[in-house]
Design a protein around this ligand. Structure first.
Ligand SMILES: Nc1ncnc2c1ncn2[C@@H]1O[C@H](COP(=O)(O)OP(=O)(O)O)[C@@H](O)[C@H]1O
Ligand SMILES: CC(C)(COP(=O)(O)O)[C@@H](O)C(=O)NCCC(=O)O
Ligand SMILES: [K+]
Length: 244
């Protein structure tokens, strides 16, 4: 049994896997990392390995205490990945993006794939049918758009995510909801159309904390799976141990 842990910039997500099957999933705050992992391990004593993907300098220290009982694997740039990396600065490519690209490569063999992860930031990662990772895009996520407009202006309030009634905002709040939500929806649909014009049969996967909210608002029908990063982490780890 494997406990896969995704340390994002906002929250930590974790899933207990038995083979490819999800037994249980969890979301917790960074401050509660140790106690949350401790509790999961106590509830699932058959967990033998922790596989961690982190966007930052993961609190490796926080995992030290588990190392005498369990194997702890931190995914790193030095691992073996199932794609050829054609990013200009491969050492600065986010580990989360590498895991997403690896998952897409392994789960959809021989196809053009675009993974969109709507988390703190929205990331776009494209792996072509020859298993070459080509790059993508990074833009601010939904929450970040609301927070930065509030933070960098004198008058704009901090609002919680809400569905805009129309693309024409009639108040400060409805203008901001339209700008944030419709703006990101147009952005994602725009990117998808751009890719589809060149790769008509491309597989598109949408994941991250805002995936479900966004999926139903997109013009393009796409496959939304909020567990895609954790499923990819599980697949990538199996691939790493088999190809090391
Ligand atoms: N309880 C929550 N706390 C924070 N963000 C949330 C919550 N529920 C949904 N979200 C949404 O999830 C997004 C962050 O996604 P997430 O996948 O957690 O990010 P990351 O992987 O970067 O940590 C935010 O833009 C926000 O709109
Ligand atoms: C772009 C990111 C901040 C996304 O993080 P997330 O929104 O998933 O928390 C992360 O993948 C990152 O720090 N990347 C490094 C830069 C790059 O990928 O080129
Ligand atoms: K992301």
């Amino acid at each position: 049994m494997i406990l896969a842990i995704d340390v994002g910039n906002t929250r930590i997500k974790a899933v207990v896997f038995e083979g490819d099957t999800i037994l249980k999933s969890f979301i917790f705050e960074k401050e509660r990392l140790q106690e949350s992992v401790q509790k999961i391990i106590a509830d699932f004593p058959l967990v033998a390995t922790l596989v961690v993907s982190s966007v930052g300098e993961v609190e490796k220290q926080a995992f030290r205490k588990f190392e005498n009982k369990l194997k702890v694997h931190f995914v790193s740039h030095e691992d073996v990945f199932p794609f050829v990396n054609n990013y200009g600065t491969p050492k600065t490519l986010g580990i989360d993006r590498m895991v997403l690209a690896a998952g897409a490569t392994l789960l959809y063999p021989g196809q053009n794939r675009l993974v969109i992860d709507a988390g703190t930031c929205v990331t776009y990662d494209f792996v072509d049918e020859h298993n070459v990772y080509q790059g993508g895009a990074i833009s601010p996520g939904l929450r970040l758009r609301y927070e930065s407009m509030h933070h960098y202006t004198a008058k704009l309030p901090l609002l919680n995510l809400e569905s805009p009634e129309s693309y024409i905002g009639k108040s400060t709040a409805s203008s901001m909801h339209s700008g944030v939500v419709n703006g990101l929806v147009y952005e994602i649909d725009g990117f998808i159309e751009e890719y589809k014009a060149v790769y008509p049969k491309i597989i598109i996967i949408l994941t991250g904390g805002d995936a479900d909210f966004l999926a139903k608002r997109l013009k393009n029908t796409i496959f939304a799976n909020s567990n895609f990063l954790l499923e990819s982490l599980n697949q990538t780890f199996q691939y790493t141990i088999n190809n090391d």
